[in-house]
Design a protein. Structure first.
Lengths: 314, 294, 332
């Protein structure tokens, strides 16, 4: 078991090194060197060379990548050539906003998705079965950012229940905080409610037909207990999917943040793009990639840990 | 093998609805210049922000452009990116999967580790970042000048490829090791015979199913990238950029500006999802639980 | 009345279980009902072991699932009574039926591989059964579970409670299921082909175990099997089913000596006798009737070597002759 977990972790680290390299190479493939971008079109060759030497940009490419990685390992994302600000600080300032929206959306998606899925599986043809079927058509198809726009119109502009955008940190009070992240989180969550409901329903329907469920009933176990028997076997693929979803949510959160004008990582990333601030961009994208790889790793490990057959075999 | 007519009878109405939507959207994209009532980029100051009426069925935007015409032309960008990315992804993925399964040993290991690596890349973040780095203008790669749409197609295609690589690899490595394939080799079958006769037919159905569902995801990705201004560039029409332009209308009340491009995306995505589910039901009804998530 | 509320015999000395005119049907695609069990009658006395024998599709398993009220859609009971302790099980509400399952009547199934919950330990699954029927502490439930496991011949039972099903062999899993079934000391154990999925050597052990439990604990047993020879080793009486009906019923010695129904005779001949001299292996020609295609007369008539016109036209009644009951126009 331990060996298996260690193996998966090592391979995830390998993946990150490889993908980080691709990212680093890409940022250097764009038009204009960092020196040219910072110093402008008028800079002389000597000025450019001096800038590159001062910032270590004249070193071999791999050496630069290695230095960047080892700095990140020590928590140092570098200092932006463009703004002169510390990249780590900028990320730390913006991350809580994004994290708050994604975590809230994730909680909504898990509670409603799994809840609807269970209810639908227990009563085929019932209300929740129909809700789940509707969701799996509509929820999977409505883009989150459009849903956000529609929500702003109805909930904020017409009904005036919530502010149309902006962000209040948790320090401004839980109520104010939730008011600003509720609509972004709901917009983001709907797709994943649909995905999780569909998976939960299919998986639970499958295990409810299992022979061990019949055995449990033949031994006189109560209905809730019988459902629990089916559910513990139905959940691993659901948890696996939930972990994957968590990784994907960060990507769509970027678009949602634009819709609701929230000062999260999305704004930082688009600023980095417009100012051609490579270090900031690399830092943010690498952070997203780490989160994504961790989500994948969790999904993978969760499946193995939850399955007692794998637990022993490994 | 079932006959074609009995196969078609197994598709329920949702499948036909999906196929119908896809067909309509593909036709709209191909014949856009013939169908669209107006020039999608022609400005007309006196026709600004007209509500839907008989002349402009879906109204006009801030620059007086006909929304219906822009929605029809927008189908081009969406479908080109969605379908193009899936085709590229399938080409790369199937080749990689075949190569790895066929080659075995170190080649297998290297290719499939690269596939794992590519699968670990969060699609949307990278699409935004890379287009951001390279700029939205055309990029010169050797003798080729790649417009922004092609960049996005290639990028999304590469990031889609692991899905196809894994499907192909699973089928191909099973087939390559099978006794009957060894027997066919002994009978003088060529590699191409094995690939085209035994491997590809067996992975075709999952490839078609996953491909159809991935087109839907590709369409939303294109809309999202265009929404943040890094996709299709003005004045060309794209559903994502139309929604971006429509954001100010949320407050001023020109409801038709955000509603119709959004509906266009949703309906198209529903179409591909329904079609994909119907095809899966047809080929592989047991795989209901496996959901493609993005 | 005892504190646990266990139903006591009504004191009439009648059978423990009496199945009367039981019918099970499937709702067919065109809205009609196709009957798979077509009026089954037989009874089981307290402590008696009865073998229910027939090919797959004879309705033997469906009948027993109907007795347990465990039929899943689209199958459902369409008629008859199941008298247990003077009560009609088919008329009980679900809560009272649930209290009877596992406590008064328990059932084990064919495939021990899939009949245990793979995600829970053996001990947890047995204690859950104990605690579903008895108000006992966790420690007490665990003690009862260990005792049950020991009872079915699993060594080191206390430790094995913490094992998961996949750590058990097929035979041990079936033992664990039987341990679950007897944990509350039911008065009737229904075993549905409990050995079919097991190796031949293990089969004999499980059969012996069931015989032993019956002897030591006085539990009545209904042993469902397609194998007449196997069942004959441990039961007092055999009920032969075909086409959803009982075609022969009687003491095992009488049936073994001289089966009257041609189908029983063929069943007897088609299983090789491992201990006796090697004779020709006979298989019954043809296939059992398909649901909804039931012949008008005797369901066995299309395959019967002794068929006459009457067999095709009319179903023979189940008639008693000495200790036997059989349904045949031309008994052997």
């Amino acid at each position: 078991m331990l060996r298996l977990v260690a193996g998966r972790i090592v391979s995830s680290i390998g993946t990150l090194l490889f993908v980080g390299f691709a990212l680093f190479a890409m940022t250097r493939a764009g038009p204009g060197s960092p020196a040219r971008i910072v110093l402008g079109a008028d800079a002389t060759a000597a000025q450019l060379a001096q800038f590159e030497q001062a910032n270590g940009l004249d070193r071999p490419f791999l050496a630069q990548y290695g230095a960047w990685l080892s700095d990140i390992l020590r928590g140092d994302f570098g200092r932006s050539f463009v703004t002169g600000r510390d990249v780590g600080t900028e990320i730390v300032n913006a991350l809580p906003v994004t994290l708050s929206i994604v975590l809230f959306a994730f909680a909504i998606a898990v509670v409603f998705g799994v809840g609807i899925g269970i209810a639908a599986a227990l009563r085929p043809g019932g209300v929740f079965d129909r809700v789940s079927r509707l969701l799996s058509v509509v929820g999977l198809s409505v883009p989150a950012f459009w849903l956000g726009i529609v929500l702003i119109r109805f909930v904020a502009v017409d009904l005036r229940w919530l502010p149309p955008g902006g962000y209040a940190p948790l320090s401004a009070g839980l109520g104010a905080h939730l008011q600003t992240i509720l609509m972004p989180a709901v917009s983001l969550a709907v797709y994943y409610i649909a995905v999780l409901a569909r998976m939960t329903q299919a998986s639970l329907q499958d295990t409810l037909r299992g022979d061990y469920v019949r055995t449990a009933r033949a031994m006189g176990l109560s209905s809730p207990r019988v459902v629990v028997y089916a559910l513990i076997n139905a959940l691993p693929p659901v948890i696996n999917l939930a972990a994957l979803s968590f990784g994907y949510m960060f990507g769509w959160a970027l678009i949602i943040e634009q819709v609701f004008n929230v000062p999260g990582l999305s704004r930082a990333l688009l600023n980095a793009i417009s100012q051609r601030d490579f270090l900031l961009l690399q830092g943010i994208v690498f952070l997203f990639t780490i989160i994504f790889v961790l989500a994948n790793l969790t999904a993978d490990l969760v499946n193995r840990v939850l399955d007692p057959r794998q637990r022993v075999a490994a | 093998m079932r006959g074609l007519s009995s196969t078609l009878r197994m598709i329920d109405w949702t499948g036909w609805l999906g196929a119908g939507i896809v067909l309509v959207m593909v036709c709209a994209a191909i014949f856009a210049p013939l169908i669209a009532p107006y020039d999608p980029v022609a400005l007309s100051i006196e026709d600004r922000l007209l509500a839907p009426d008989m002349a402009h069925w879906l109204g006009t935007d801030q620059a007086g452009r006909d929304v219906l015409s822009r929605v029809i032309f927008g189908a081009r960008a969406s479908l080109a990116v969605g379908i193009g990315a899936v085709v590229i992804g399938a080409l790369i993925g199937v080749s990689a999967g075949l190569f790895a399964a066929y080659k075995g040993g170190l080649g297998d290991q290297i290719v499939m580790r690269i596939v794992d690596g590519v699968a670990s890349i969060p699609l949307l973040v990278w699409a935004i970042a890379i287009v951001g780095i390279l700029g939205v203008g055309p990029v010169r790669v050797g003798p080729l000048l790649l417009p922004n749409e092609i960049k996005i197609v290639l990028l999304v295609g590469v990031l889609f490829s692991p899905v196809f690589a894994r499907v192909t690899y699973a089928v191909a490595s099973r087939v390559v090791g099978a006794d009957y394939v060894r027997a066919r080799w002994l009978q003088g079958a060529t590699h191409w015979d094995i690939v085209s006769g035994d491997i590809l037919p067996n992975c075709l159905s999952p490839i078609i199913v996953q491909g159809t569902l991935l087109v839907a995801i590709g369409i939303v990705v294109e809309a999202s990238v265009s929404f943040v201004g890094l996709g299709v560039q003005p004045p060309q029409a794209s559903w994502g950029s139309m929604l971006s332009d429509a954001r100010s209308a949320i407050y001023s009340g020109e409801w038709w500006l955000p509603v119709f491009p959004g509906l266009a995306i949703s309906i198209t995505v529903i179409g591909f999802n329904l079609l994909g589910d119907a095809v899966r039901e047809l080929f592989d009804p047991r795989s209901e639980a496996r959901t493609l998530v993005a | 009345m005892s504190g646990t509320g266990r139903m006591e015999g009504s004191g009439t000395g009648g059978p423990l279980l009496r199945i009367e005119g039981l019918r099970v049907g499937f709702r067919s695609a065109d809205g009609g009902v196709v009957e798979a069990v077509r009026g089954v009658d037989f009874s089981v006395a307290a402590g008696e072991a009865v073998g229910v024998v027939g090919e797959s599709g004879s309705g033997k398993s469906l009948s027993m699932l109907a007795v347990m009220r465990l039929l899943g859609s689209p199958a459902r009971t369409t008629g008859g009574r199941v008298m247990f302790d003077g009560q009609d099980l088919l008329a009980l509400d679900e809560a009272r039926m649930r209290a009877i399952r596992g406590r008064d009547i328990a059932m084990v199934f064919q495939d021990p591989q899939s009949s245990l919950n793979p995600a829970l330990t053996i001990g947890r699954q047995i204690t859950d059964v104990v605690r579903a029927h008895r108000q006992v502490s966790g420690a007490e439930a665990r003690r009862i579970a260990a005792e049950s496991l020991e009872r079915v011949g699993i060594r080191d039972a206390g430790k094995r409670l913490d094992a998961y099903p996949h750590e058990f062999s097929g035979g041990m899993r079936q033992r664990a299921l039987i341990a679950m079934a007897i944990a509350c000391r039911p008065r009737l154990l229904i075993a549905d082909e409990p050995t079919t999925a097991l190796d031949v050597t293990v089969q004999a052990q499980i059969v012996d175990l069931i015989a032993e439990l019956r002897r030591d604990l006085g539990i009545a047993v209904i042993f469902i099997s397609h194998n007449l020879q196997l069942v004959a080793e441990i039961v007092d009486r055999v009920v032969v089913m075909y086409g959803g009906k009982v075609v022969e019923d009687g003491p095992v010695e009488a049936i073994e000596l001289r089966p009257r129904h041609p189908y029983t005779g063929l069943l007897q001949a088609c299983v090789p006798n491992l201990t006796g001299p090697v004779g020709p292996l006979v298989a019954i020609e043809g296939a059992p009737p398909r649901l909804g295609r039931m012949p008008q007369g005797c369901p066995f008539s299309p395959r019967c070597p002794h068929v006459v016109e009457a067999c095709i036209e009319e179903m023979p009644p189940l008639e008693r002759e000495a200790e036997l009951r059989f349904a045949c126009w031309r008994p052997q």
